[in-house]
Structure formats: structure tokens, C-alpha cells
Design a protein. Structure first.
Length: 325
């Protein structure tokens, strides 16, 4: 019998897909670039890339390894310029968070001794309420009933609006849904949602939304195609491709914005995310536990969920209406 030890080099050589030069090259990748490559969410990657470029431009950094020379005074000076540019507090916090994430990784890689962003004061949350508006229950009902229930497009749009308003999904999460993501678990129908950071969460499907989804699938005819996008175009003049998923732009401009206008919903800052804020606000007002709402929305921090908690901010509860003369 051959000695297994003698076979090991040959097995490694046959299974390797990198050349020796490529292997050596990856071993020498600076941790700064490794950090960026390890960010999986494309939206976060784009934002963080711009934030780090902004900082590098400010301090004059030319190569990744120069990041290791950064000190806290550099960060404070940059934060001051961000204030002078009158950027929103949330934007400044995100930019500082991007740098902090990078330096945390450099610390883990033993490239720097400490994180220079630690201790740098960040703008406060302000009024501790999210800027995304939530519409009223009456407005939500009008929106749900706005699409024509007799056409395929109307059935699809009703299903989309119901999915947003009954489950609090992000636009990207809705667009990623496939037919197979409507699944049964222990006899209960769920939505399998592909959230930020490649995290998957299972949400019980609301009966009202599920009825509209089934009605749409029956009319559209792709309910048996498990790998098909759940929400597809009903017509595509440019390419004729009806088997792809709807884009976030299309969902906003042709569905959410259109029907909001038809319903007379004229709310400043209204967008797709307003439907998510509406769902969260409604759930909290109807005594849902805030920790459960956090999991439901896919928030990593409960402080984000609290931005939707307007239970203590009902105008009728204000001392203004308690004054008597």
C-alpha cells in the first residue's frame, strides 16, 4: 500500500486552483484592501468606499498602508470639515463608522495598535425619531385598495403593497423574493427574506398579503416556477424579458409613488421606506414587543428600531391638549 504521506503533495497540487504566483500575491494583500473585499453588502460597500476615499482625499493618503499613520487628531479635523459642509448628522455618523470599521479590522490584523476613531465624538441622534415618515392607517388602506383588482398588473401591485405594509420589508428584500420563498414551516406559511449582510429571516406571512400574492400568481401563471422572481414585469417594451425581477427603481416610480399620488398621499419625504416605517409604527402601536419588531425588521441594533417607535409622540397625548383656562 502506498504511503498516504507520499500522496499529499500530489493531491494538493491537483486540487489547487491558484497558481503559485497568485497564492503568493494573495498572501501579500494589505489588510486595508482585505477589509474592503470582505464587505458583502453592495450598498454598504459603495457607501464605505466613498467615505474612506473622502477621508483619504482630506488627509492626502496615496497608498493603503499610509492609513496606519492616521491619528485621532486627523479624524477630529476631518469631522470638523464634515460639520462645516453641513452634512446630515446621520451621514457624518456613517462616515465615522466606516473608518472605525476599517481600523477595527486593522487592529485585529495587528497592523495598528489602536483605533484612532475611538473616543471621537459623533453627532447625536437629535430628536431620536427617524426622518422617514409613516403614513396613517387610513392612508395605508387607501393605498392597498388603489390598484385595479381585475388586471394582472393591478393584482401584482396589490400584492407588492401588501407585502410591504404587512411585513415591513426593504425594497431590495422584496425585489429578491422568489416564488420558493413562500414556504410552509410546521403548517404555517412564511416569507423567507434575504436581508442585509446575507442574513435570512423567516416572517410569518400575513393572511391578507398571502391572499393577494396567490391571486397574483394565479393570474400571472408562474406560481409553479420555484426559482422565478416572485414579482416580475407584466410588460417590458425595451427587451421583452418578463422573467426577471422588478428593480427597486420600478417598484418606487411605477407602483409606490404612482398609487400614493392617486390616493392623494402628499407626505414630505414619502418613499418606499415609508411603507416599512408605517408597518413598524403600526406593529408597535398595536402592542408588538419592540425586540420582536427588531428581529422582524432585521435590525442589528434595537436603537434603530426605536426610531420607528412613536407611541409616546401622539399629538392627542401632548400637554398642549391638557391645558384648561
Amino acid at each position: 500500500m502506498a504511503n498516504p504521506k507520499n500522496q499529499t503533495p500530489q493531491l494538493i497540487s491537483e486540487s489547487r486552483t491558484l497558481t503559485a504566483l497568485e497564492f503568493q500575491g494573495l498572501s501579500n494583500v494589505p489588510p486595508e484592501l482585505e477589509w474592503f473585499a470582505n464587505i458583502t453588502n453592495e450598498r454598504t460597500k459603495r457607501a464605505y468606499e466613498q467615505d474612506v476615499k473622502d477621508f483619504c482625499s482630506f488627509v492626502g493618503i496615496q497608498t493603503p498602508t499610509e492609513m496606519r499613520l492616521v491619528t485621532r487628531p486627523h479624524i477630529i479635523a476631518w469631522r470638523k470639515t464634515l460639520d462645516e459642509r453641513q452634512l446630515a448628522a446621520a451621514t457624518i455618523r456613517r462616515k465615522l463608522a466606516a473608518l472605525s470599521s476599517l481600523f477595527d479590522f486593522l487592529c485585529e490584523s495587528n497592523a495598528v495598535a489602536n483605533n484612532p476613531v475611538d473616543g471621537v465624538k459623533r453627532p447625536s441622534e437629535g430628536i431620536n425619531e427617524g426622518k422617514t415618515p409613516a403614513i396613517s392607517d387610513a392612508q395605508a388602506r387607501r393605498l392597498l385598495d388603489a390598484p385595479d383588482p381585475t388586471t394582472v398588473k393591478g393584482k401584482r401591485d396589490r400584492a407588492i403593497l401588501a407585502t410591504f405594509l404587512f411585513h415591513g420589508l426593504r425594497s431590495e428584500e422584496l425585489c429578491k423574493l422568489k416564488v420558493k420563498d413562500i414556504t410552509s414551516r410546521r403548517g404555517v406559511m412564511y416569507l423567507r427574506v434575504h436581508g442585509k449582510g446575507s442574513k435570512i429571516r423567516f416572517l410569518p406571512a400575513h393572511a391578507g398579503a398571502l391572499e393577494k400574492i396567490n391571486d397574483y400568481l394565479e393570474a400571472a401563471g408562474h406560481g409553479k416556477e420555484s426559482n422565478s422572481p416572485l414579482f416580475r414585469p407584466v410588460k417590458n417594451p425595451s427587451t421583452g424579458d418578463l422573467e426577471k425581477s422588478l428593480s427597486g427603481v420600478a417598484v418606487y416610480s411605477r407602483i409606490v409613488k404612482r398609487y400614493a399620488k392617486e390616493c392623494g398621499i402628499n407626505v414630505e419625504g414619502f418613499c418606499v421606506h415609508a411603507l416599512r416605517a408605517t408597518a413598524a409604527t403600526n406593529a408597535l402601536e398595536n402592542e408588538a414587543d419592540i425586540a420582536e419588531v427588531q428581529d422582524w425588521l432585521g435590525h442589528s441594533s434595537i436603537s434603530t428600531t426605536r426610531l420607528y417607535d412613536r407611541r409616546k409622540k401622539k399629538p392627542e397625548d401632548s400637554p398642549t391638549f391638557k391645558v384648561r383656562y
